[in-house]
Design a protein around this ligand. Structure first.
Ligand code: MG
Length: 340
């Protein structure tokens, strides 16, 4: 089967084609299912953040080129496709609709199934797909999302259950804010990491964990009230990171203790942070668990993970064509019909 997929939840507009040789009833794996073409463009956002209308214009403008290049690399025509998928949420409404219109128009004109894919779910599923882990604790950390999830059986299918999550903003959002406030280079979480690597001393910050939930706005208020003339910026960044990650991983440790899971996947754009990976590996070692992080490219938003998840859904006939773009879609609302 040949599947085309679109990603357009936020700054990335991307398309990918997956080819699968899996037979009916056979489990999809990296051996029988591969991304054979992928292209994307990212909206430049450093100065003004994301302006929804401008994001959607950017995606729409790049649609022709991205789709054309992706099909060309795949050596495929639209008429060769068996299904088309797109990420229907969570994300920014304006940009979600560009992906929807792109996929829906191809689905209608070619009379092939339309598969709405949950973006958050695909961040986890791409990690399970490549690691082969059947039953991990997923630590999902991005700008907008910070959640701990596990799979649970519900009759004939499975669902993700959110064991804990942020009570306010995502870890990524917190670190981006700190980066922008102090005008770091770049002015986001990457800038915070760069400064933190030079840090030598922790400063006091609020540590807020309630059960398996965490909260980051207290940290944000404290960090942005600090005066870099009195406290070196590298120590503010070091402390911001260490406190945020420690809270998240203490919650994760509680989740492991509660569930007895022995596999961990760390997913979402903020898992590109090597310090967070290092701390997660330490936790895994202490808990006798194995741990997997997707590659650098697959940790950020990408059309490949959407398309692989679309392929899993198509192959197991587990999708709802009537779903519309949904800014607040949640991973725990999805049926996971391919979980064995
Ligand atoms: Mg994402």
């Amino acid at each position: 089967m040949l599947i085309l997929g679109f990603e357009s939840t936020a700054h990335t507009f991307g398309a990918a084609v997956a080819l699968s040789n899996a037979k009916k009833g056979e489990e999809l794996s990296p051996k029988n299912t591969k991304i054979i073409a992928e292209n994307d463009k990212k909206y430049p956002s450093l100065k003004e953040g994301f302006i929804p209308r401008k994001l959607a214009d950017f995606h729409a403008k790049n649609f022709d080129e991205i789709l054309g290049n992706t099909l060309k690399t795949a050596g495929a025509a639209i008429s060769d496709l068996d299904a088309v998928c797109y990420s229907y949420g969570p994300g920014i409404g304006h940009s979600l609709h560009v992906g929807y219109v792109a996929a829906k128009s191809i689905s209608v004109s070619r009379n092939i199934p339309l598969i709405p894919v949950n973006h958050a779910l695909s961040h986890i599923e791409i990690a399970r797909f490549h690691s082969g882990y059947k039953d991990p604790l997923a630590i999902y950390v991005s700008g907008g999302n910070t959640q701990l999830l596990i799979l649970e059986k519900f009759g004939s299918h499975a669902k993700y259950r959110v064991l804990g999550e942020t009570l306010d903003i995502g870890v990524g959002n917190f670190l981006d804010h700190v980066g922008r406030h102090f005008m770091l280079t770049p002015p986001d979480a990457v800038g915070v990491l760069k400064e933190a690597q030079k840090g030598t001393q922790l400063v006091d910050m609020p540590y807020s964990i309630k059960g398996m939930n965490t909260s980051y706005t207290g940290l944000l208020t404290t960090a942005t009230k600090m005066d870099p003339k009195k406290i070196p910026i590298e120590n503010i960044c070091l402390s911001s990171q260490e406190y945020a990650f420690s809270m998240l991983l203490e919650a994760s440790e509680r989740a492991l203790a509660l569930t007895g899971k022995k596999q961990i996947v760390g997913v979402g754009g903020n898992y590109r942070n090597k310090r967070l990976q290092e701390m997660t590996l330490e936790l895994a070692k202490e808990q006798n668990a194995v741990c997997h992080f997707p590659s650098f490219e697959l940790l950020g938003d990408n059309a490949g993970m959407i398309t692989i998840t679309g392929a899993l859904q198509f192959h197991s006939n587990c999708f709802d064509e009537t779903l519309l773009p949904n800014q607040k879609a949640r991973a725990d609302a999805e049926k996971v019909g391919w979980w064995l």
